[in-house]
Design a protein around this ligand. Structure first.
Ligand SMILES: [Zn+2]
Length: 325
């Protein structure tokens, strides 16, 4: 479980609301849908890389920072995965430590960089500055804007579902976002909401996401570039241009691995005669029918609407500050 399904769904919901409110922004999101969805995932989750290597087969496995004790392919031993970067070899945990907070802004900073945390009420200024800085790059501006809007969806929705910022009332089985209810959220989102309500073609959306290019604006908004533009004027601290080559290697790795990771997610989401895998039944402590009932009882769909509204409010606050759309 990594959040690929959830973050894609938050992006779909935010787009539906945004295109009603701002048709011009809706057009940008529609025309660059894959980059928008990529922003909603890889715009923040820079730990998207293998966690380990299966010793028997030599194949990479898992998802960065999620502990893996034995190979999911053979049940045999694994060794730690190392990412080769211009800054040296790195474990996913070290990549997380260096870059995760820079992409999530309001949480996830290492102790060392905690002072760089952006308070929630400064987010609209931060996002608007990033949007304004896109005006400097007329080439691929719409595609970059779509990516940035996706990233904004991630920062807001991740904060809400993880309870960093209030706004989601959800008590599903044992809480808002827990190891036990995450498979339930994913499966119900994938099948009941994604396929039944929105007719989402999940394999296609994941395939298109994985084929998008790295957006140069990401090194700017993560402040791993020469300080410049409105963002550097408003947020003068924390710029780390020397980290840019390393971050670029990380972003390229994210594109490579999300393709494999999506296969793992699609396989986890499979239902066989209406029943999910034993692995997910064990994690949740119930069968698929029980999960659907639990989600209904907890009004899970309404929690997604709360996230959708919070994202729309953030878009509105950015729109008031930036004339980019
Ligand atoms: Zn995240």
């Amino acid at each position: 479980m990594s959040g690929l399904v959830g973050h894609t769904m938050y992006a779909v919901l935010a787009r539906k609301a945004a295109e009603r409110r701002w048709p011009s922004l809706g057009r940008v999101m529609r025309e660059h849908l894959a980059s928008y969805v990529a922003g909603a995932y890889l715009g923040s989750d820079i730990q998207t890389m293998p966690e380990a290597v299966c010793v028997d087969t030599g194949r990479e496995v898992g998802y960065g920072t999620v502990p893996m004790e034995k190979s999911p392919l053979t049940g045999g031993a694994v060794r730690p995965f190392m990412l080769h970067t211009p800054g040296g070899d790195m474990r996913p945990g070290e990549v997380h430590d260096r870059f995760y907070g820079r992409a999530h802004l309001v949480f996830g900073w290492s102790v060392r960089e905690k002072s760089l945390m952006v308070p929630w009420d400064h987010l609209p200024d931060y996002f608007a500055a990033v949007c304004d800085d896109l005006k400097r790059e007329p080439q691929n501006r719409d595609r970059a804007l779509a990516y940035v809007m996706g990233w904004i969806v991630h920062v807001v929705s991740d904060s809400l579902i993880k309870g960093i910022h209030p706004g989601v009332d959800l008590n599903l089985i044992d809480g808002r976002y827990t190891p036990r209810n995450r498979p339930v959220q994913d499966l119900v989102t994938y099948h009941e909401i994604g396929i039944k309500e929105f007719s989402i073609d999940w394999p296609a959306i994941f395939r298109d996401l994985a084929a998008t290019p790295v957006e140069p604006v990401q090194v700017h908004y993560m402040r791993c570039a020469q300080p410049s533009g409105e963002l550097a004027k408003l947020f003068a601290d924390g710029w780390k241009p020397e980290a840019e080559p390393t971050l670029r290697a990380v972003l390229a790795e994210n594109r490579r691995w999300v393709r494999e990771h999506a296969k793992d997610v699609l396989s986890d989401m499979k239902l066989d005669a209406g029943e999910c895998s034993e692995k997910l039944r064990t994690l949740a402590g119930m069968n698929y029918a029980g999960m659907v009932r639990a989600a209904e009882a907890a009004r899970f769909r309404a929690a997604l609407t709360q996230i959708q509204e919070a994202v729309l409010n953030m878009f509105e606050a950015v729109h008031q500050r930036s004339g980019i759309w």
